[in-house]
Design a protein around this ligand. Structure first.
Ligand code: 26Q
Length: 784
């Protein structure tokens, strides 16, 4: 499609859908028209890809979350239409930036959901047979605003913009049955456009609807509420994404969501299979691989067994054998509060037949363990059903072919600690698959300036072969190249300044150092540690102890789960610090603190390219991988971080001299933990630590009489019924962190030398392409 045809198509859509044209349409109309025009241009390729996929082995990514972000720019970019679109918009007096108003598809919380989106992008761009299955939530992750320093939530009604990139497929709708409810699952298919149209894969999201619809009987008897009851109860299932990240909340509706999309997806796969092979299921495990994104879709295991047994007449053993060859499980956390364990009574009351299958799997496990000579005592830490709860991770490990961690360190912890009892009996089942990010969205699209510089140095093609970035190393001693890089960094900072001015009403100076921490708010990610370090700088500046400190802006972006009180207290605390340091005449020319509202994929696309310093400061052992760390690196920032998750591999790739690593390591914390007494050993003995921690309770700040700051103080100093004091070792790491941060900021003053470090990070980031990750899944797990 050339530019003229593209324009004709857009105008045709605008005319038939809205009776308007390109120079009169509003943003929503433009968005729909341009999206539909591009859709019609890739639709035959989409169909061709599906046909090809059907011929060979294929994989499905089952995930409760797909954090896709805004589709329009990415899809135009990957379809090779973005430059045309920009031009023809401009020729008609429209700035294509107006599409930035379009809401992100935020059908995910954070890392796990965004990883799923990057994997789909990579699979399509590498022509790998991977499609996604998930839920079409009516409301995605809540929108966040900050009022008086507190987080406020509102509904994310993303569909108000229309869903231009999906196709409803009524003919593939299926029925999902619960004990107390029967609903219809209607699929919406979204094309996943590979870079340069390499292939177009599919994301199929299920929407819950009522089978019967409106009840005229009840309407006639003037029961108006009752007439819609079925509809309301059915639609409730795909109404809203649970806003929890790394915590388990065993709620009935959440279980319904999981079973709903898993049952629909599995029925869909069985239907496809039967269309090909009829009733002979002997090829099933050779045809399909199912990747379970954490335990959230693990009910796929008993559900598939149920269908094989009760619909297709297999024995349990036959069914178990096929299913456990077909499924693989990815683990994303070692924190026990995030491991899903369903209450037996709840589970039984929602999906009783599936529960019977779970019991059969549990018996199969017991027999197996007895067969290898384990006593009841030795079995206890592996039983799937135990003490009235169903342990989903145990089922995922036992009834699947492989279990993988998401970074080398994380996989080691799984093998040697968190899942040791399983590794001991099934060592061959465990693999590592270090996470990655798509270089298309996270460099090509969000940083066209840096992309052009890279292409001018090493030629095109790095977008699909990111290891080629290592060729950039040879330019590190060319001052002109580093200067070009620094110039681009400044441009990206200026763009972020403009955006922040517009959205937060705050002015910042692009000449300052930009230190950014953006990720979900969680105690283990230690945004509070960052906040404490800023308070220490504040006090030191007041005492004239930091001569010539590099002026620095500290940017935070983070959503807290609405029920996570401590996380919300930390947001308020950061905003109180911002108020203090941004207004104090002694510090306002040296420090600036900004908490940006509603951090999401699109905000990330502005933040990552503008950063000098990437904050990755989780308690060692607790961040399974992290992927924001990779986005900063790819855009030329140094990592200020702990030796945790994928940071370990970032240092390995880029060299110690190009990162700022501090803090206790996993092994050190293991030694400290049993006798850790932060009050006696640190707080009471270290005035520097005491001074900043005390700002939570000494009247420096006001938490609006919520008691939040006192609770944070207590969590650090006294602990509580579910956590020991300072469970995440902030006090252990605080001094080392501040010293390392200061070293980094003083290094920054030599802009050129610092720029070289940033450049070396870009050059070393090839490993972190999700193309590499997905290829490893395809070769080592899915056998594609
Ligand atoms: C579970 C039960 C009920 C409701 C919600 C949940 C739930 C939802 C989301 C539990 C966990 C999550 C998300 C976890 C997550 O994002 N983990 C991150 O995964 C990334 C990709 O592998 C890693 O890089 C991060 O280290 C990890 O924290």
């Amino acid at each position: 499609m050339d530019k003229e045809q593209f324009l004709a198509k857009i105008n045709e859509n605008l005319l038939s859908e809205y009776r308007t044209d390109i120079s009169h349409a509003d943003v929503k109309q433009l968005h729909n028209a341009v999206s539909h025009a591009a859709m019609s241009d890739i639709i035959s390729l989409w169909n061709d890809t599906e046909k090809r996929r059907n011929e060979g082995r294929r994989a499905y990514y089952l995930s409760a979350e797909f954090l896709m972000g805004r589709a329009v720019y990415n899809n135009l970019y990957c379809a090779g239409l973005l430059d045309e679109a920009k031009e023809l918009f401009a020729e008609n007096g429209v700035d294509i930036a107006c599409l930035e108003e379009v809401e992100d598809a935020a059908l995910g919380n954070g890392g796990l959901g965004r990883l799923a989106a990057c994997f789909l992008d990579s699979a399509a761009s590498c022509d790998i047979a991977l499609d996604g299955y998930g839920i079409r939530y009516r409301y995605g992750l809540f929108k966040q605003s900050i009022g008086n320093g507190f987080q406020q939530e509102s509904a994310d009604s993303w569909l108000d913009w229309g869903d231009a990139w999906s196709v409803r497929c009524d003919s593939d709708a299926v029925i999902v049955e619960f004990a107390d409810q029967t609903v219809k699952a209607v699929p919406y298919d979204t094309p996943i456009i590979g870079f340069n149209r390499k292939a177009v894969n599919t994301l199929r999201l299920w929407q819950a609807e009522s089978v019967s619809g409106f009840d005229f009987g009840r309407f006639d008897s003037q029961d108006y509420m009752g007439a819609s009851e079925n509809k309301v109860l059915a639609e409730a299932i795909s109404d809203v994404l649970y806003p929890n990240d790394n915590t388990e909340k065993g709620r009935r509706l959440r279980l319904k969501q999981q079973y709903f999309f898993v049952s629909a997806s599995v029925q869909d796969i069985v239907r496809r299979y039967k269309a090909k092979y009829g009733d002979d299921f002997s090829h099933f495990a050779q045809c399909y691989a199912l990747q379970l994104n954490d335990t959230h879709p693990t009910v796929a295991i008993p559900e598939l067994i149920r269908i094989f047994m009760f619909k297709e007449g297999m024995s349990f053993n036959e069914a178990f054998d096929i299913v456990s060859k077909t499924c693989n499980y990815t683990n994303h956390t070692v924190m026990s509060e995030a491991l899903e364990k369903w209450d037996v009574n709840l589970f039984k009351s929602v999906i009783p037949t599936v529960y019977e299958i779970v019991l059969l799997i549990n018996n199969h496990l017991k027999k197996y363990l007895a067969g290898i000579g384990q006593t009841e005592e030795q079995m206890a830490d592996k039983l799937i059903v135990k003490d009235g709860r169903i342990h989903m991770a145990w089922m995922a490990i036992y009834a699947s072919a492989h279990t993988n961690g998401v970074a080398a360190l994380h996989t080691d912890i799984l093998k040697n600690d968190a899942l040791k009892q399983w590794y001991d009996i099934f060592p061959e089942r465990f693999q590592n698959k270090t996470n990655g990010i798509t270089p298309r969205r996270w460099l090509g699209l969000c940083n066209p300036e840096l992309s052009a510089l890279i292409t001018s140095k090493i030629g095109a093609g790095w977008e699909t072969d990111l290891d080629r970035l290592s060729d950039l190393r040879k330019f590190v001693d060319e001052p002109a190249t580093i200067n070009q890089f620094l110039e681009i960094k400044k441009q990206k900072k200026q763009q972020l300044c403009d955006y922040i001015k517009k959205h937060e009403g705050i002015e910042i100076n692009p000449e300052w150092a930009f230190d950014i921490q953006c990720k979900r708010l969680h105690e283990y990610k230690r945004q509070l540690l960052n906040a404490f370090s800023i308070m220490d700088l504040y006090f030191q500046i007041k005492e004239n102890k930091l001569p010539d400190l590099q002026p620095t802006v500290f940017i935070f972006g983070a959503k807290a789960a609405p029920a996570y009180r401590r996380a919300k207290g930390i947001i308020k605390y950061i905003n109180e610090i911002a108020k203090l340091v941004n207004n104090d005449p002694d510090t306002k020319d040296k420090l600036k603190v900004i908490f940006v509202q509603n951090y999401n994929v699109s905000y990330g696309e502005k933040l990552f390219p503008a950063a000098d310093i990437s904050e990755q400061i989780s308690t060692a052992g607790l961040e399974a991988s992290g992927t924001g760390n990779m986005k900063f690196m790819l855009n030329g920032a140094v990592t200020l971080g702990t030796y945790d998750g994928a940071n370990v591999e970032i240092v390995q790739e880029a060299g110690w001299e190009n990162e700022y690593i501090f803090g206790a390591r996993v092994e050190e914390l293991a030694i400290v933990r049993p006798t850790y007494n932060p009050r006696e050993k640190i707080y009471n003995r270290n005035d520097r630590v005491k001074r900043v921690v005390n700002t939570l309770v000494d009247g420096t700040f006001n938490d609006g009489d919520t008691g939040m700051f006192g609770e944070l103080f207590n969590s650090l100093i006294n602990g509580c019924s579910w956590h020991r004091p300072d469970n995440y070792f902030l006090l252990t790491d605080l001094e080392g962190y501040i010293d390392t941060k200061l070293r980094c900021l003083y290094d920054y003053k030599d802009r050129h030398t610092f720029g070289k470090k940033c450049w070396m990070n870009i050059a070393a980031s090839g490993k972190f392409s999700s193309d590499r990750t997905v290829r490893q899944y395809a070769e080592e797990l899915w056998m594609l």
